[in-house]
Structures are given as structure tokens and as C-alpha cells.
Design a protein around this ligand. Structure first.
Ligand code: A2P
Length: 267
């Protein structure tokens, strides 16, 4: 972005302009970035916000899960790079020091409040769908509410798992959250397009029962198990059907249930 664009762009009233503090590229499809956090910006772990760049008079905004927990002094986002994507073709080029636009209101359904109390929380994610869970696994409240937190992450290949692997490692070593997460947080990464410890789509692993036998837990039970789902449209639909077939009921902020789905990222 050139200096002229920066100087002539007027920041709308419902938008924060924040500074990028870190950019990390994982593959040619995935990267994360961190930004400063406005002092007044409040959100619940698991929520999303609209993000844009000050590169046009009418910036393009896209929904992004906030991947950092509510207590973090910075904000983190995990992003795909869409070839010719109206936002991500520019966003993937950001550098520390650049400006990111952030609409002031965060919202979303992948929040602890939208779930009834339970024993075991499953977080089902594919690709960048792990982002809201990156926030929730770093929030002590998640471990106050559940005895076990199972983070499943399915990607095409092993390189795409790196963000989640680092996340889990850092969470367990974190001076604040590590104590809560240790012994409760279980990571179950799988890949679909190369060899790895666990292979296959999470949906197939649930249908075959392999997920449960690998984890050493009983199959989904609506009395004690809770779920959160974030991924592609097809993945959301299939996972939801499996959960419903097991007797789980979809919840929302105003009517907590036994599972929740985030539909903000799909068209
Ligand atoms: P697959 O390799 O069999 O397509 P993407 O990067 O395209 O969003 O996909 C992320 C992961 O989600 C891939 O491992 C992909 O598997 C998997 N996936 C795609 N569709 C579904 C679905 N309907 N249910 C579960 N997993 C899916």
C-alpha cells in the first residue's frame, strides 16, 4: 500500500485501524498475522469480526474468527490465501507495520455461552476453521466448563497442520492457560492427502468409530458430549448430520444446545 492511499483514506466511525505486529506464512495457502488490539475492543473467545484493508475507498471486508483469546493484549488471525480473492490477494502481502481495518462489533455462535453444560467438548475443524478454537483452547473458561476438550483438525497435508500443532504446544506451555489445559486438552490432527499418524476426514472417522477408539472414549452421547463445528459448507453440513443422528441438538446464543455451528465464513 502506498503512502498516498494511507493518507487519503478516511477511517469510518464503526472501524478500528490497527497495526500488524507479526506475519507468519505456513504454506502457499495459509498464514497467520497478529495486530495491536484497541483498548475498547471487547469480544468473547470464539467470536469473529469483519476485517478489511485501507486500500480502496470502499474496502472489501471478510469475516475472520479471532484466533487469540479474549484476555490477549494483541489480536491473532489465521487466514487462507485465495488466488484472486478480493481481500486475501492483498492481505497475504501484509507486513509488520501495515494497517488492518477491523469493524468494531464482534459476534458469533462458537462461544461457551451457546452450549449447555457437559463433560466433553469436541471442536471439529478443517483448514482455517481451527481459528475460533485457537481462541477457545487458550481461554481458561473452556476448561472450567469441560473436563475434556478434544480439538480435531483435518487438513489436506501435514504442512497445513503446523498452526494447530504450534498452538497446542504453546497452550500447554503457557504460564496462564497451561495449568488449566494440561490433562484436559487433546489434539486429534488428521490429513486426507498424504500419510500421517491419523488419516481421513473427521466425518468418516466418526462414522467408522475410529475417532472414538483412537481417543479411548465412548461414541457421542448427548447427555455429556458437546460439539462446535467450523469448516467448509460441506463439512459443516455433514458433521451436523452426524451429531444430530447421535441425538445432539443445535444451540444458539439465545437458546444453548449440545452443539453449535459457525456459518459466517461460507456463502
Ligand atoms: P479432502 O482432501 O478429502 O477434500 P480444504 O482445504 O479444501 O478446505 O479442505 C480441508 C480439509 O477438509 C481436507 O482435508 C478435506 O478433505 C476436508 N473436507 C472436505 N470436505 C469435507 C467434508 N464434507 N467433510 C469433512 N471433511 C471434509
Amino acid at each position: 500500500m502506498d503512502m498516498m492511499a494511507k493518507q487519503t483514506f478516511a477511517i469510518p466511525e464503526n472501524v478500528y485501524a490497527e497495526t500488524v505486529t507479526l506475519v507468519q506464512h505456513y504454506t502457499d495457502r495459509l498464514f497467520r498475522f497478529r495486530t495491536t488490539r484497541p483498548a475498547a475492543f471487547r469480544f468473547r473467545s470464539g467470536e469473529f469480526v469483519m476485517i478489511g484493508l485501507p486500500n480502496a475507498e470502499k474496502p472489501v471486508y471478510r469475516a475472520y474468527s479471532i484466533a487469540s483469546p479474549a484476555w490477549d493484549e494483541e489480536l491473532e488471525f489465521f487466514s487462507i490465501k485465495v488466488p484472486d480473492g478480493p481481500l486475501t490477494e492483498h492481505l497475504q502481502k501484509i507486513q509488520p507495520g501495515d494497517t488492518i481495518l477491523l469493524r468494531k462489533k464482534a459476534t458469533g455462535t462458537l462461544v461457551n455461552d451457546a452450549l449447555l453444560p457437559g463433560k466433553r467438548l469436541y471442536m471439529f475443524s478443517t483448514g482455517t476453521g481451527i481459528a475460533p478454537f485457537a481462541s477457545l483452547v487458550r481461554d481458561p473458561e473452556t476448561y472450567e466448563k469441560f473436563e475434556q476438550v478434544i480439538l480435531t483438525h483435518t487438513c489436506r497435508d501435514v504442512a497445513e497442520l503446523k498452526y494447530g500443532q504450534d498452538l497446542v504446544q504453546e497452550t500447554l506451555n503457557d504460564p496462564l492457560v497451561g495449568e488449566f489445559a494440561s490433562g484436559k486438552l487433546i489434539h486429534y490432527p488428521t490429513v486426507t492427502r498424504e500419510a500421517f499418524t491419523h488419516t481421513g476426514r473427521i466425518t468418516d472417522l466418526m462414522r467408522s468409530g475410529k475417532l472414538y477408539s483412537d481417543l479411548g472414549v465412548p461414541p457421542l452421547d448427548p447427555e455429556v458430549d458437546r460439539g462446535m463445528i467450523c469448516g467448509s459448507m460441506a463439512m459443516l453440513k455433514e458433521t451436523k448430520e452426524i451429531l444430530e443422528a447421535c441425538g445432539l441438538v443445535e444451540g444458539a446464543n439465545n437458546a444453548p444446545g449440545s452443539f453449535v455451528v459457525e456459518r459466517a465464513f461460507v456463502d
